[in-house]
Design a protein around this ligand. Structure first.
Ligand code: ADP
Length: 442
């Protein structure tokens, strides 16, 4: 670098000195210096022209010998280009390897552009999604995958979850599809064949539903006989009074479990969504509160209803009633007499929140993540004594899933618990005259 610069400087000084001497000799110093500068400028313009020509012939460039600082420029640009060529070769190799590994993947991978246009896809995408190599690149994935659930998933834009759809053109085959955004507006679509898992899940669901259904009739018969026998006034019945009372109690518990399992099966098959209505949550809270007071008797805590959201909730009214009742009954059962339980329906931003807050015993933190599992109880013996099925919160979770909602649980031992059902704004129906409608309905 320095050699080039000093050479350049000496050249400039040499030309100017020569111009000065000639100028002194012929008595026209200023003109000669101007000619000297013009020569320097012309030399640099010539070098610049040569340099651009050299750059233009980009393939197989060799560094050129040039005087002064131009030699340095040629040298550095040559090094830079050599480095770039190496990097390009490496990237091309990496890309080829990536494409080979993506081709070998059993899952479909589709690279999508900003407007959902297909940029590239692997062989599995042809097999699973029916994309045609050489034809479908550039088309919108929206036009090629015409599944309504997939379109709703794209529109919702919540890509931290996947969506399950039927594979196009393959009856019975199920795919789990997920969009992964990357590099600004690019997206990668991954689709996995989950037919086996789906089939097993359906077998399990059908088994539970069928077993529960089969148990329903014998249980009703047994419960009926036991009830008749209990009300019999013979000496034998009096002798068997205690066992009969226990049998009646246990038969009732089994009936509740069967009913809850059937409700869960219905929820898993998505029934709650199909018979949606605009539910008046305020009126529902009023009913549930009355029921809870009647069921709790003198030991019930005081129940305070606070309805501040003037919105109805779009959903299956029986399922929502069942979920909300479960939460209120749980609060009543775990809160001592005289303490308080709040039942709220309020807005949090644009979301609707149904909330039950109690001042009861609370739940140790390690149990909270598992509470919505089927048959999970903090204290199994106590739950059974109370006649609990251990399915209540599993039902709540499923009802919320069916209504695009989420369950949030906060609890502190000795302070109390809050169970919060959060619904998205899309589930809320605002009407100005909700109060009037309520009055009219009595
Ligand atoms: P269960 O039929 O036992 O009530 P749930 O699924 O409704 O079944 O509840 C699961 C467990 O969660 C209960 O057994 C209880 O231990 C705990 N739980 C639920 N709600 C409350 C609450 N409000 N306060 C304290 N514990 C609770």
């Amino acid at each position: 670098m320095r050699a080039g610069w000093s050479q350049e400087t000496w050249r400039l000084v040499g030309i100017l000195a020569l111009s000065l001497v000639i100028g002194l000799v012929i008595g026209r110093v200023r003109d000669c210096l101007l000619v000297g500068l013009a020569v320097v400028l012309a030399l640099n313009l010539y070098n610049l022209h040569q340099f651009l020509a050299w750059l233009g012939a980009s393939e197989g460039l060799k560094p050129r010998d040039a005087p002064g600082v131009w030699g340095e420029i040629y040298h550095h640009v040559y090094l830079l280009q050599r480095r770039n060529r190496k990097r390009k070769r490496k990237l091309a190799k990496l890309l080829a390897q990536f494409q080979l590994s993506a081709e070998a993947m059993p899952d479909a991978a589709v690279a999508l552009g900003e407007g959902w246009d297909i940029r590239w896809f692997n062989e599995a995408a042809t097999r699973l999604l029916g994309l045609r190599p050489g034809q479908d690149a550039g088309s919108s994935i929206r036009n090629l995958l015409r599944n309504p659930d997939f379109h709703a998933y794209l529109s919702a834009g919540e890509f931290d979850r996947s969506v399950e759809i039927g594979a196009p053109g393959h009856l019975g085959r199920r795919l789990s599809v997920r969009i992964i955004p990357f590099a600004g507006n690019q997206r990668l679509l991954l689709a996995q064949d989950v037919t086996d898992r789906y089939r097993l899940e359906r077998i399990r669901r059908d088994f539970v539903a069928n077993a529960s259904h089969e148990l329903r009739t014998p249980l009703t018969v047994i419960a009926g006989f036991v009830e008749n026998m209990r009300h019999d006034d013979t000496a034998a019945a009096r002798h068997w009074a205690r066992p009969l009372a226990l049998m009646e109690q246990q038969a009732a518990r089994m009936q509740r479990i069967v009913e809850d399992l059937l409700l869960l099966s219905g929820l898993e098959s998505g029934q709650a969504v199909t018979d949606a209505q605009d539910v008046d949550v305020g009126a529902l809270i009023h009913d549930i509160r009355e029921e809870a007071i009647a069921a709790g008797g003198p030991d019930a805590p005081s129940l305070i209803a606070e309805v501040t959201a003037e919105a109805r909730l779009r959903g299956g009214s029986q399922y929502l009633r069942s979920a909300f009742t479960n939460l209120v009954m749980n609060a009543v059962q775990h809160t001592p007499a005289g303490a308080k339980v709040w039942i709220r329906w309020r807005l949090d931003g644009d979301r609707g929140v149904f909330e039950v807050q109690d001042t009861g015993e609370g739940i140790p933190a390690e149990h909270i993540p598992r509470l919505t599992e089927r048959f999970y109880r903090v204290d199994v013996a106590r739950s059974r004594r109370r006649g609990g099925t251990g399915l209540g919160l599993a039902i709540v979770k499923h009802v919320l899933q069916n209504h695009d909602g989420q369950l949030e649980i906060e609890s502190e031992v000795g302070v109390g618990s809050t169970f919060r059902c959060v619904f998205p704004s899309a589930r809320l129906v605002f009407s100005a005259n909700l109060d009037e409608q309520r009055k009219a309905a009595g």
